[in-house]
Design a protein around this ligand. Structure first.
Ligand SMILES: Cc1cc2nc3c(=O)[nH]c(=O)nc-3n(C[C@H](O)[C@H](O)[C@H](O)COP(=O)(O)OP(=O)(O)OC[C@H]3O[C@@H](n4cnc5c(N)ncnc54)[C@H](O)[C@@H]3O)c2cc1C
Length: 435
């Protein structure tokens, strides 16, 4: 490996996940010298799926990468939400119409395929990609910022972007906080479609929502693969046990779900699982010449399927502001660019993080609130986009461009009289997002 400090760069990026690589590409295509420091021995991603909404495919189009991403993914025709207990349909999105409304498609793709698209794009743009480089410390200098590596070396850039994920070291420069456990755990599976053992409709993204659990299913790689995510609340986590989220809990969490969901559970990977953490929103992301990006700044619960998307948006916004502040001699007003980035992105991501928490609560309701939720979702006009405009529209570059949020509908406005089911549980005080 080349000693990192041998060749100074404009932008030093810590972390080669989707956030770090997409930001590296965004900045390198503006003509900047960019280096990525990744702690792992190779650049890579976990082999499971990602949903990519129009607010991201719009950026991929701008990057000239959308056709490649489309060729590797699947363009589903609809997204259908069903009740995980009785299997009944609750609501749907017509994704062809969604593309007509927002101008760009909703697609699903293998994470490693999207990561690979950015890795190849970075190589084409001459990004210096360094592995086995674990960053342990950051400091501002008179001319930029410096990082320290675990092996004793140092490196520096005019600015440093920390895209080092949920357990970010750089975040400690800004706040002394910890990841927040949701007590939920995610199991994943990505397998050849012929191993599914039955017919699965890959023209849809299917989401089953149930008491303390949900199940997501869609196709990958042009329909050659099936992707599944099974998420549930861990009783052992609630009891304070260390060893939580284990496969025995998976089976009992889904025991009372409908046959369609139950048939997917034996296919889940059982040798690894993902405990679900987020962090409280952080509104300050810049410390001198060091800026947070991606999960380092805003790790969400994944219910909005916007975590990787927010990371990609961050890099696009920062690169646009850097390009807009380049003088004739090529020098960039980085303080201005970082201030413009920080003026717009934290508020957008705060909205996504808090909506994801509320959306997860809504998905996992039981008793009367579950029936109220179902009634509201069934009453929804599938062609009403007032609840997605704030998220799927163009990514805001300034606070003024950030669209208004949707109007929540209180659960207790639902008419559930005459519906069969358990109506003993109290209704929660919280109101629900539309949709
Ligand atoms: C079950 C599940 C489903 C999801 N589904 C979706 C979805 O459908 N759509 C969506 O948009 N998002 C989704 N997400 C969220 C998404 O996966 C993340 O938000 C996104 O991957 C974050 O990317 P990142 O690059 O910021 O961080 P990471 O992917 O965590 O990358 C951080 C990188 O930094 C490296 N690193 C860490 N520390 C150091 C260090 N000290 N020095 C050097 N390198 C370091 C790591 O090795 C890693 O490569 C989902 C998440 C989960 C758990």
């Amino acid at each position: 490996m080349t000693p990192p400090s041998a060749n100074p760069v404009d932008v030093l990026i810590v972390g080669g996940g989707i956030g770090g690589l997409s930001a590296a590409y965004a900045l390198a295509r503006e003509g900047l010298r960019v280096r990525v420091l990744e702690r792992a021995g190779a650049f890579g991603e976990v082999g499971a799926g990602l949903q990519i909404a129009p607010n991201c495919t719009r950026i991929l189009h701008d990057y000239g990468l959308l056709d490649e991403v489309k060729s590797l993914g699947v363009l589903p025709r609809s997204m259908v939400m069903r009740d995980a207990v009785d299997g009944g349909e609750l609501t749907r999105l017509d994704l062809a119409d969604l593309e007509r409304v927002y101008g760009f498609p909703y697609l699903v793709i293998h994470r490693s395929d999207l990561h690979g698209v950015f890795l190849r794009a970075c190589r084409r743009e001459g990004v210096d990609l360094v592995t086995d480089a674990r960053v342990t410390g950051y400091e501002n200098t008179s001319s930029g910022a410096r990082v320290r590596l675990a092996d004793g070396r140092a490196d520096e850039g005019r600015i440093v972007i920390a895209a080092d994920g949920l357990h970010s070291v750089a975040r400690r420069l800004l706040i002394d906080d910890e990841p927040v456990s949701s007590s939920y755990v995610a199991y994943r599976a990505a397998l050849p479609i012929e191993d599914a053992g039955r017919d699965v409709d890959l023209s849809e993204v299917s989401v089953h929502v149930g008491p303390r659990c949900h199940f997501v299913r869609y196709g990958l790689r042009g329909g050659e693969m099936l992707n599944q995510v099974a998420v549930f609340q861990s009783p052992k986590a609630l009891a304070g046990e260390e060893d939580w989220g284990t496969p025995d809990e998976l089976d009992s969490a889904f025991a009372a779900t409908c046959p369609d969901v139950r048939s997917g559970i034996p296919l889940m990977w059982r040798d690894r699982w993902w405990r679900m953490y987020d962090r409280d929103p952080l509104m300050t992301w810049v410390h001198g010449n060091v800026a947070l990006l991606g999960d380092a700044a805003h790790p969400p619960l994944q219910y909005m399927a916007q975590g990787a998307i927010m990371a990609i948006e961050d890099g696009w916004v920062l690169a646009r502001h850097a390009a807009a502040r380049r003088a004739g001699d090529g020098a960039i007003d980085w303080q201005g660019a970082l201030a413009a980035y920080e003026a717009v992105r934290p508020e957008h991501c705060r909205r996504v993080l808090t909506t994801a928490r509320a959306w997860g609560e809504l998905w996992h309701l039981d008793g009367l609130p579950r029936l109220q939720r179902n009634a509201l979702l069934r009453a929804r006009d599938p062609y009403d986009y007032s609840f997605t405009d704030w998220i799927y529209g163009p990514t805001a570059l300034t606070p003024e461009e950030e669209p208004p949020m949707f109007t929540p509908i209180p659960l207790d406005t639902a008419d559930v009289s005459g519906l069969p089911g358990d109506t003993d549980a109290p209704a929660p005080a919280a109101s629900s997002p539309r949709g």
